[in-house]
Design a binder for this molecule. Structure first.
Ligand SMILES: C[S@@+](CC[C@H](N)C(=O)[O-])C[C@H]1O[C@@H](n2cnc3c(N)ncnc32)[C@H](O)[C@@H]1O
Length: 260
């Protein structure tokens, strides 16, 4: 009885500061722009640029979008809001947890997933759209894996290039462009993984020799009358080129090139 009274007395007389310290929730994690990351620091893509990146890639509900180095999750969450399935790969576990909380706030946890992983050790071959805001040398390291993806896979990068693989489209949203973006890092670069089409083909239009550098095509078209040089592009599996003043369109079907 005496012991019980002592416990009650202690509880009542406990200083309020101590009582508060026990109850106070852990402060929410707040990232700092420029904080260290494994291979790249964290700087968020401005939301207008995220929107433009997903516009360029024409993201729909049928897509599986992967953001390599997903930061606070904004690109993944925006893609999920467009109905796509989306996954962020992020090395910093605090950022992963923050992204999950952000996805919850935005009501997209059913479509937005985040994994704590190294992007260099992650299989992203199932993605139909890749987004990234990394660095030029990291883009270059990833390039062979990206070029080996299914033709037609769309790739968007904030600001940083892919070496001599020139973008199919560029959108400048900063002061030099349409001015919607008032921060730094305001350029969206867009590529489509090209099918490998280099080779020789016999077509009803003539014998075609295609040389390929990424999406750019050169070569020759030989008809009964003459051989003419050609220049063109391959976008996914769609081929377009000009030869002898005429425009041709085609698609590679297995080893067969169907030209129109
Ligand atoms: C410049 S931020 C871009 C964040 C986000 N994609 C965006 O556009 O707002 C790069 C992110 O990559 C993460 N990162 C750096 N190296 C990584 C690696 N090897 N694997 C996964 N994430 C990495 C960093 O922690 C950082 O959050």
């Amino acid at each position: 009885m005496f012991r019980l009274m002592l416990v009650l007395l202690l509880a009542v007389s406990m200083p309020p500061v101590f009582a508060q310290a026990v109850k106070a929730p852990a402060p929410a994690y707040e990232p700092t722009v420029g904080q260290e990351g494994k291979d790249v620091v964290w700087v968020p893509t401005p939301q207008v640029v995220v929107d433009k990146m997903l516009d360029l890639a024409k993201v729909t509900k049928d897509d599986f979008v992967m953001d390599l180095g997903s930061g606070d999750g904004r690109t993944v969450i925006t893609a999920a809001k467009r109905g796509a399935r989306a996954m962020g790969v992020e090395y910093n576990p605090n950022m992963v947890e923050l992204s999950k909380r952000n996805a919850e706030k935005e009501g997209v946890t059913d479509r937005a997933q985040f994994v704590k992983a190294d992007l260099f050790e992650t299989d992203f071959s199932k993605a139909t759209v890749i987004t990234m805001f990394l660095l030029p040398d990291i883009n270059l390291k990833l390039r062979p894996k990206i070029l080996a993806m299914k033709p037609g896979t769309r790739v968007v990068s904030n600001t940083f290039t892919m070496g001599d693989w020139k973008p199919d489209e560029t959108a400048e949203l900063g002061a030099g462009g349409n001015g919607n973006c008032n921060e730094s890092w305001c350029t969206a670069l867009f590529w489509v993984v090209p099918a490998k089409v280099a080779g020789s083909y016999k077509t009803p239009q003539g014998d075609l020799v295609l040389k390929q550098s990424f999406q750019m095509l050169t070569g020759t078209l030989r008809t009964k009358e003459k051989t003419v040089p050609l220049e063109g592009k391959v976008r996914g599996e769609e081929i377009t080129f000009k030869a002898g003043g005429k425009e041709y369109r085609g698609r590679l079907n297995g080893r067969q090139l169907e030209l129109k």
